[in-house]
Design a binder for this molecule. Structure first.
Ligand code: ATP
Ligand code: MG
Length: 468
């Protein structure tokens, strides 16, 4: 097959010319070629050189001239050239051999075929020649094109060896299946099942990278279901595996929280690309196994599961090397608050309760409502419609109250310093109490969210307490 017409990228001609001048064979390889054939956008371009990747990179950087940036990594025999949006990685073709105790192989220079052999999947082993007399020639030794057409993820060599050599490839395979909407070839799937325990030699950071890519795919449930069916799930995320299964007592079961969670995740994913909102969806019921109880009369209950779940998140994020920053705080907040809107619609909706929710959710209120809508996974269509309608009413009420009271980014209209000044107080806990009394009065609708009424309310409180 020749793809000359598909690769009109000017920089490829230039790389080919420089390679010809140096007498080196060179190819675009891997993800970029795969994505070209799948019509997906692809950022990083990997170039394999039979010989020194660094010397070709140096020549290319020189030809690209001003604005081109060259970085050489001698120990790895690789080099990177960047200019504007273009990012090129150069590496010499190599052969790899593995020892069982480590992910780090012994690396030697090799032929193009040997370099293709060490690649993880047939669809990632495609190489396109850039030398002038073979420009656009596609080298596909393992039937990668056929696998692209069949939407199949398959290892080029014996999958047991491929996965045992580098167990990260198991995660990558599942990630590609989820990202591309592909299936794992049966022998590839079975080999992951046999080798899943080997994932333990991979660092948590690399696993987290793959999990985030699964989370960003169109239907993340595909990846999580494969992690489950291959046996990887309890190894990479045991708390999520705990959500699996249904218990029955006196003929009453509860829903499978794992499957429900994945449906909520896909629902959120269809509405938002925001990674951390998707994590909040995955984790919203993570506290359920801990809170599950059988209560005679009430059946299965999961009291306070939102609160318990929120409390589990810092430990989970730390262990999984997910960020320990405001992203995590956002996930905690959403998990903690995810039962509030439903409680709002089950009781009569009071202004005070809506104001309090607006206050606590702040700018994340829209994401919270999106999560809550996604959380309705009942099979009963009437019920689903009713819930959605009720949420719409809550949203309307929020808009009305927000216009009137501006609660979302609430700052108390009378500040601590002013309270101290007005009442001649030193900093003490009483100042905090008075401040939160003003806040409560505003959230409960006793006074409007304005300076003068808040000050008057403070002075009245002070009088009642004998402070003035
Ligand atoms: P993406 O960039 O979307 O993550 P990719 O396939 O380009 O996907 P990279 O990590 O950029 O993945 O790697 C580039 C190429 O290097 C891959 O296409 C594959 O040929 C090879 N590769 C990467 N990681 C491995 C690995 N762990 N084992 C074998 N080959 C790998
Ligand atoms: Mg890539």
């Amino acid at each position: 097959m020749n793809l000359e017409n598909s690769i009109q990228t000017p920089v490829f001609r230039l790389i080919g010319e420089e390679a010809d001048r140096l007498g080196l064979e060179c190819y675009v390889i891997g993800g970029w070629v795969r994505d070209l054939l799948l019509h997906r956008p692809s950022k990083d371009i990997d170039i394999v050189v039979v010989g020194s990747g660094i010397s070709l990179a140096e020549a290319v950087a020189k030809r690209l001239g001003k604005g081109a940036h060259l970085a050489v990594f001698k120990t790895y025999g690789t080099a990177q050239v960047k200019k504007g949006e273009t990012e090129l990685e150069f590496v010499g073709a190599r052969r790899e051999s593995y020892r069982s105790e480590s992910r780090n192989p012994i690396v030697e220079t090799g032929t193009l075929e040997e370099d293709q052999n060490r690649r993880d999947f047939t669809i990632n082993a495609l190489a396109l020649c850039l030398n002038k007399n073979r420009y656009g020639e596609l080298l596909d030794p393992f039937g990668g094109i056929a696998d692209l057409e069949d939407c199949t993820i398959r290892t080029p060599l014996d999958p047991d060896i491929t996965f045992s050599d580098d167990p990260l490839r198991m995660m990558r395979g599942i990630r590609f299946a989820s990202q591309l909407g592909f299936c794992l070839a049966p022998e590839t799937f079975m080999a992951i099942k046999r080798n899943c325990e080997r994932i333990n030699i991979i660092t948590k950071e690399r696993i987290a990278d793959e999990l985030n890519k699964i989370m960003l795919s169109r239907r993340p449930s595909v990846g999580w279901k494969l992690l489950d069916s291959t046996g990887l799930l309890p190894l990479v995320f045991p708390e999520l595996a705990e959500l699996k299964g249904v218990e029955t007592k006196d003929g009453r079961g509860h829903k499978d929280v794992f499957l429900h969670t994945l449906q909520v995740l896909d629902n959120v994913a269809s509405k938002s690309d925001y990674l951390w909102l998707r994590w909040a969806a995955l984790l919203h019921d993570i506290g359920k196994p801990k809170s599950k109880q059988w209560e005679p009369g009430a059946g299965w209950t999961f009291r306070n599961h939102n609160y318990l779940g929120a409390r589990m998140i810092p430990r989970i994020f730390k262990k999984m090397k997910l960020p320990q920053n405001e992203k995590m705080d956002y996930v905690i907040k959403l998990v903690d608050l995810h039962m509030r809107p439903i409680n709002l619609i089950e009781d009569t909706v009071t202004d005070s309760a809506v104001r309090r929710l607006l206050f606590e959710a702040g700018d994340d209120i829209d994401d919270l409502m999106l999560l809550c809508n996604a959380d309705i996974t009942s099979k009963n269509e009437d019920k689903v419609r009713r819930y959605h309608q009720n949420y719409e009413l809550v949203k309307q009420k929020m808009v009305e109250l927000e216009e009137k009271d501006r609660i979302r980014n609430f700052q108390p209209p009378v500040r601590g310093e002013e309270i101290m000044q007005l009442l001649s107080l030193e900093p003490c806990s009483l100042v905090g109490e008075l401040k939160s009394a003003i806040k409560d009065a505003i959230l409960d609708g006793v006074i409007p969210n304005e300076y003068e009424p808040a000050k008057a309310y403070l002075m009245q409180l002070a009088k009642e307490r004998g402070l003035i």
